[in-house]
Design a protein around this ligand. Structure first.
Ligand code: UTP
Length: 290
């Protein structure tokens, strides 16, 4: 039985919706309260059993490498000042036994192209893909739920959620027998269709478990929607060869690639942050009454 031990984090996008904040800083380093988005995604992957983290980066993403590396000067200073709690936080960013690899995507040619860049590091194993700008909060993480399903099926699985019909142009949309089923075999998948052509109201969000066959299919995939090489198009080809499932996860997803979703996540996480919850709630209440 195969297990998921490798995860790809495509972080080479331009993040144009967050300019100018993302001119020199990666979108994935934007914090939700006090932790960057990418760290939430890494923690989700590690908790689900991943031990090899593969980041597909670009020239402006050096901060991500630094974040997951040791910072001796900072650690020594915190130690000297007796700030053990902060030292533990800094040292715990990358748990023991977990390794990181970085590979460059030379130009942003799309999510499918970014995933293909990691082919040599993944080799012939099933793997996870996590998009850090989809922050998903739940009792059991989205990836853990998907890994549980993978243990049963040994097949590719994409996370989906019900979306408004007028939003189909923002998502990959799956064709399934019934959109009320939590877990179902996909009949088709299409990237950013017009609402009248969308096969369902189930949109793909940024969590995937894929079999390595998808790499060969990505190699044969031409530019699609937006002039980019789309992962969705390779998954559409995979369907002709293997079973692929859509999974409606349990949990709340925040689309942190948009300003509104990012602000919503910030408020939600601040309201449950142990240090901040009480005071932040009062601040918000006062704000609403002004
Ligand atoms: P997005 O569609 O959110 O694009 O990519 P983006 O460039 O990050 O942001 P906007 O739309 O310009 O604001 C989805 C995910 O795929 C990665 C992104 O980093 C993000 O995690 N990606 C996208 C790549 O790694 N390479 C690409 O060529 C495109």
């Amino acid at each position: 039985m195969k297990r998921i031990t490798k995860a790809i984090f495509p972080v080479a996008g331009l993040g144009t919706r967050f300019l100018p904040a993302t001119k020199a800083n990666p979108k994935e380093m934007l914090p939700i309260v006090d932790k960057p988005l990418i760290q939430y995604a890494v923690e989700e992957a590690v908790a689900a059993g991943v031990t090899e983290l593969i980041f597909v980066t670009s020239s402006s993403k050096r901060a991500i490498e630094d974040h997951f590396d040791s910072n001796f000067e900072l650690e020594a200073t915190l130690e000297e000042r007796g700030k053990q709690d902060l030292l533990d936080i800094v040292k715990g960013i990358l748990p023991e036994g977990v390794s990181c690899a970085y590979i460059r995507q030379k130009s942003p040619q799309g999510l499918g192209h970014a995933v293909l860049c990691a082919k040599q590091l993944v080799m012939n194993e099933p793997f996870a893909v996590l998009l850090a700008d989809d922050l998903i909060d739940g009792d059991k993480s989205c990836l853990q739920q998907m890994v549980d399903k993978f243990v049963e099926t040994q097949s590719s699985i994409v996370a989906v959620q019900q979306i408004h019909r007028d939003e189909t142009k923002k998502y990959g949309i799956v064709d399934v027998p019934s959109s009320t089923e939590i877990f179902s075999a996909i009949r088709g998948i299409v990237e950013k269709p017009d609402s009248e052509k969308a096969p369902s109201n189930l949109g793909v969000v940024g969590r995937y478990i894929l079999t390595p066959r998808v790499f060969a299919l990505l190699e044969q995939t031409n530019k699609g929607s937006g002039g980019e090489i789309q992962l969705t198009d390779a998954i559409a080809k995979l369907l002709f060869e293997e079973q692929v499932y859509a999974y409606q996860f349990t949990g709340k997803r925040y689309d942190c690639g948009t300003k509104l979703g990012y602000l919503e996540a910030t408020i939600a996480y601040a309201l449950k942050h142990p240090e901040l919850a009480h005071d932040f709630k009062r601040t918000l209440q006062a704000f609403m009454h002004d």
